[in-house]
Design a protein around this ligand. Structure first.
Ligand code: NAD
Length: 420
């Protein structure tokens, strides 16, 4: 019987396994077991109609041993300190694997954004930014978009943050958030970056396995930023999308779903349900759809004791953070379904966020081709490090990825020492 464990217990267990396998230095292990800082803010917002509501927001800064804290902000009713802690920890491993001079953080507000107008969301975002105060900063902790947050929300954060610092510092502080609109210092290629990174990993994996992607099929959970970009970038490679699920329902079409047309539908109707030409399927049917690849790109804990036995694929490419819980992972392993882990597959977002941060710091604007080719190079070298480490130590992809991440952090602690 399934005993639900929290996302933070999931990340802790993954970490402990990897630390045991690689014999991580016990002092470094103790340090990494806990986030450096955890900030909870309860802040009031007065709306246009005069009503006041109090919201709870979080920012967890797991580690800055490799560089400034970095990680997204999520607006979702299920956001809580445990989830944010887990997501912040995964960010530390991710930036380490991608060889970035950045640490790991995450934040969010416990809120259902669909219940608020744009005007109200702006007020909430601005008041949250104000409440965070110096918790964030351009060379200290740099937020970015995540679930239900987007370039517009980053623009409000930027504007609020700049309004609270001395005028002389404003022009050189645009890198306080990434994932901004292009006109406000955003980077070309950031919007699609996470999906693009996922597709680069899939291409490299297919090359390694001698698989022709034009003959493959896949299913996809989540059709937001990451899911839709992944599908749109998979389309030119010829891979057929057989089923999609989001918060509005699950759809399937054995002939293949057109990602561009679906994107248009989701933009107009708010979700995949009812997409013309597809048939609605149940949750179980969605998970049981036979395909080569399953790409979860929605939320945590989706591949579980209930759904893992249903999956009918060769490989899971984790585009979401933490989509597979511990029981799900064990079942997939027993069933011989390989899993390429989140901390490798979805690193494209933070990589291009890093490029945006660099462009802002240097007052530069890079061409899209430059961003894409740098992203490609960095994703492939991360992929190669993880694959080679997994093979060398005869461990699964997830443990290989953790060991790559932890080795780099351990080396930094060994070089720096522990103060005092
Ligand atoms: P998003 O808000 O743009 O999209 C989320 C998607 O998940 C939507 O399609 C939504 O319908 C779907 N969804 C929500 N609840 C669901 C449910 N119960 N069942 C099925 N689908 C559901 O978010 P996003 O930015 O695309 O993020 C998706 C995942 O990717 C998250 O785990 C996020 O942490 C991770 N991620 C995002 C980025 C990024 O750059 N945006 C980077 C790295 C990782």
């Amino acid at each position: 019987m399934s005993t639900k464990i929290s996302v933070y217990e999931n990340v802790t267990e993954q970490f402990n396994r990897a630390a045991d396998l690689m014999h991580l230095d016990p002092d470094v292990r103790k340090i990494l077991e806990k986030p450096v800082n955890e900030v909870t803010v309860n802040f009031p917002v007065k709306f246009q109609d005069g009503k006041v509501e109090v919201f709870t927001g979080y920012r967890v800064q797991h580690s800055n041993v490799l560089g400034p804290f970095k990680g997204g902000l999520r607006f979702h009713p299920r956001v809580n300190i445990d989830e944010v802690r887990a997501l912040a920890t995964w960010m530390t491993w991710k930036t380490s694997i991608a060889d970035l001079p950045l640490g790991g953080a995450k934040g969010g507000i416990q809120i259902d954004p669909s219940k608020y107008s744009q005007q109200s969301l702006e007020r909430i975002t601005r008041r949250f930014t104000f409440a965070l105060g110096n918790t964030i900063g351009p060379d200290y902790d740099i937020p970015a978009p995540d679930v239900n947050t987007n370039p517009q929300i980053m623009a409000w954060i930027l504007d609020t943050y700049l309004s609270t610092i001395p005028p002389q510092e404003r022009q050189r502080s645009y890198h306080v958030v990434t994932g901004k609109p292009i006109e406000l210092g955003g980077s070309l290629g950031r919007d699609k970056a996470t999906g693009q990174g996922v597709v680069f990993v899939i291409q490299e994996w297919a090359r390694d396995c001698h698989i022709d992607l034009s003959e493959t099929t896949y299913t996809l959970q989540g059709y937001g930023n990451v899911g839709s970009w992944t599908a749109r970038l998979m389309a030119p490679l010829g891979s057929r999308l057989l089923a999609v699920q989001d918060h509005t329902g699950s759809i399937a079409d054995g002939r293949g779903i057109d990602p561009e047309a679906l994107q248009q539908w989701v933009r107009e109707h708010g979700g995949v349900a009812g997409y013309p030409g597809s048939r609605p399927v149940t949750n179980d049917e969605f998970f049981a759809t036979q395909a080569d690849i399953f790409i979860p790109a929605a939320l945590e804990n989706q591949i579980t004791a209930e759904t893992a036995p249903l999956l009918n694929v060769r490989t899971v490419i984790e585009a979401a953070n933490g989509p597979t819980d511990l029981e799900g992972d064990a079942i997939l392993k027993r069933r011989g379904i390989e899993v390429l882990p989140d901390i490798l597959c979805n690193a494209g977002g933070v990589i291009v966020s890093y490029y945006e941060w660099l462009q802002n710091k240097r007052s530069e604007l890079w061409e899209l081709e430059e961003v894409d080719s740098k992203l490609h190079k960095r994703m492939i070298s991360a992929y190669n490090r993880v694959r080679d480490t997994s093979r060398e130590l005869n461990v699964d992809w997830r443990m290989g990825a953790y060991i790559v991440a932890l080795r780099r952090i351990e080396k930094v602690y060994m070089d720096r020492g522990i103060f005092p």
